[in-house]
Each structure stands twice: as structure tokens, then as C-alpha cells.
Design a protein around this ligand. Structure first.
Ligand SMILES: [Zn+2]
Length: 344
């Protein structure tokens, strides 16, 4: 008798232990087959009742019946839980998904106006067949001055206040033009490159001057290069950049040591027809210097000036950014003020 009691108790604890470990509907079905089917564990226990004496049957019978009800109820309860889970899952799949529902805004950054404008400029020049080139910001005296036809005693050196480094002969480049020499030496003509990059001048700062600014350098080398090609390139670029087909350019003779002849390029004001504050009522805006490459510069780049010619231009990229976005103080561009930068 003690045996059947122990047997029932240990079976009960096994039943509940295994039921608690059931995690899926499939596992529940396997559990049912193992314990509650015709040939399951519970039936086997009932069979054992037949072998007991009449006395024993009287005691064990009700106990077994109680156990049978207890485990059946527990199983039915578990089965209901799984059915509810299935219905909940089904309902979730059928629930209407509201794509306009409120979602907390995630703050994101934006590209600096310099980066945005450089990308626009690069796209324009790449579409005209130019290659984008980079160069060092720390230069030697040779690349920054001498190779560009500005020898030591040349008065043009006074035009550019230079940041010299403590190492002799090294400086922060005063313009992006040294990249022209690097590019000519690295490539074979014909070549067409543009160089967006920083330049440094030892100047006091105000709303339109900073000791660091961005330039856009361009160089085109081929046989029979003319000023007409230069002007057409400038005009196409400016019209595309400012998205105004009617932008005109005006050429003024000028002097830069690395070009001959040298010119300054003005463009008609893209913001007005009769004069405005941007063009200071003149209807024209100075945009940069340009010219045909000086033979000394071509030779410094390893190119024979008898065979090849070229044009070069240097635009104030900072000025283009300020014009494009209507920024009136250059210092804002370099100040890292979040409130200012958030607008772009
Ligand atoms: Zn204007």
C-alpha cells in the first residue's frame, strides 16, 4: 500500500514538473500523448490497480481518482493558456498598423555648409570631365612660391602674409595652387583637375576675412588651350552652381605670377537685376582670379610649354558658400555654433 502511495506522489510531481517545462503547443501535444493518452503514464497507473488486493483497491482507487482529476484539470488549464496565446498572436497580426503614429524624433546632424557646397561643386566639375584632387596643407617654400613663379625676391610674396612653421622652409599653404604642381608631376597631359581645399593667411579677422579660408583651384592642360575655353568653363560652372542660366561673366585684366595673361572674373549678381546689398549696388560680384598657365609653372610641373598650354583658376570657395547660403560673416562658418549650423 505504501508502495502505491509513493508511486502516486512521485508520478504527480513528475507530471507537474514536466508540464511546467512545456513551452510550445507542439510540446504540449507530446506531453499529452506521453501522459494522458490511452497508453500513457496515467493509464499505466490505472492498470496497476487491477493487480492490487480488494482492500488495497478501496484505498488506492479514490486516491488515483483524485490524482486523475488534478492532472486533467492542470492539463486543461495549460491548454487554455496556449490557446489564448495563439489567439493573442493572431489578433496582433491582424491589428491595423498605423504608419502615422507618433514616434519620438531622433535628433540627427547635418552636413556643414562647406561640405554641402564642395559636394555640389565636385558634381558640376566631374560632369565636365574634371578630376577631384587633394594636396598637403603644409607645403615647402618651393611648391607654394618658387614653382609658381614667385621667387624669393618677388614682390608678390608681400601680397600674401604667410604662416611659417618653426621647421625651416615649411609653411601653411597660402593658396591651393601648389596642388597644380603636384598634379602635373603625378599625371601626364592632357589633364583637368579641381582642388577644393583650405588655405591660410596671417591676417587679422573681420566679417569677410579669416586666417583660414577655402579655395577652389582648377587646372586644365592640353594642346591649343585658349582663354575662350577658360571663360566658357567659368560661365558654365557659375550658371550651374547658382542655378541661373542668365549669369554673365566680366573679365578684367589682372596680375598673378603663375598665369600669363592673368584676369579677374566677376559674375553678374545672381540675386538682383538693379543692384542689391550682396553686390553693393554694382550688379557684379568678384569671384576669383584666372589665366593661362605661365610657362615657368608648366616647366616646374614637368610639362613642355612649347607643346602644351593650360588655364588655371582660383575661386574663393568660402565666398561661394557665403553667397549660396546668404551668410554675411565668414567667422560663423568656422565657429562650430550649433544654432547656426542647424539651419543647413
Ligand atoms: Zn545684387
Amino acid at each position: 500500500m505504501a508502495d502505491i502511495n509513493t508511486c502516486l506522489r512521485s508520478y504527480e510531481s513528475l507530471f507537474f514538473q514536466e508540464l511546467s517545462e512545456v513551452n510550445t503547443a507542439q510540446e504540449l501535444e507530446l506531453f499529452r500523448t506521453k501522459h494522458l493518452s490511452r497508453h500513457g503514464e496515467l493509464s499505466k497507473l490505472m492498470q496497476q490497480l487491477k493487480d492490487l488486493s480488494l482492500e488495497e483497491k478501496k484505498t488506492a482507487g479514490p486516491l488515483l481518482n483524485v490524482l486523475k482529476v488534478k492532472v486533467s484539470d492542470a492539463f486543461t488549464q495549460r491548454e487554455k493558456e496556449f490557446e489564448q496565446m495563439r489567439i493573442d498572436h493572431q489578433n496582433m497580426l491582424l491589428t491595423h498598423f498605423d504608419v502615422t503614429a507618433y514616434k519620438p524624433v531622433q535628433p540627427t546632424g547635418s552636413l556643414h555648409p562647406y561640405t554641402q557646397v564642395i559636394e555640389i561643386i565636385e558634381d558640376i566639375f566631374v560632369s565636365m570631365g574634371f578630376e577631384i584632387v587633394d594636396g598637403p596643407e603644409v607645403e615647402t617654400d618651393y611648391y607654394n612660391f618658387e614653382a609658381l613663379n614667385i621667387p624669393k625676391d618677388h614682390p608678390a610674396r608681400d601680397m600674401q602674409d604667410t604662416f611659417w612653421l618653426t621647421l625651416p622652409g615649411l609653411l601653411m599653404r597660402t593658396h591651393t595652387s601648389p596642388v597644380e604642381i603636384h598634379a602635373m608631376r603625378d599625371r601626364k597631359p592632357p589633364l583637368a583637375i579641381v582642388v577644393p581645399g583650405r588655405a591660410y593667411r596671417n591676417e587679422s579677422t573681420d566679417a569677410s576675412h579669416d586666417f583660414m579660408f577655402m579655395q577652389l583651384e582648377g587646372l586644365f592642360i592640353d594642346k591649343n588651350v585658349s582663354l575662350a575655353q577658360l571663360f566658357a568653363t567659368m560661365k558654365t560652372f557659375l550658371q550651374t552652381f547658382f542655378e541661373k542660366k542668365n549669369i554673365a561673366i566680366k573679365i578684367r585684366p589682372s596680375y598673378f605670377p603663375f598665369v600669363e595673361p592673368g584676369v579677374e572674373i566677376d559674375m553678374s549678381c545672381p540675386f538682383c537685376t538693379h543692384g542689391c546689398s550682396v553686390c553693393k549696388k554694382t550688379k557684379w560680384i568678384e569671384i576669383g582670379g584666372a589665366g593661362l598657365c605661365h610657362p615657368v609653372v608648366l616647366k616646374a610641373g614637368g610639362i613642355d610649354p612649347k607643346e602644351y598650354g593650360g588655364f588655371a583658376f582660383g575661386f574663393g570657395l568660402t565666398r561661394l558658400v557665403m553667397l549660396k547660403y546668404g551668410i554675411t560673416d565668414i567667422r560663423l562658418l568656422h565657429s562650430n555654433k550649433i544654432d547656426f549650423l542647424k539651419q543647413f
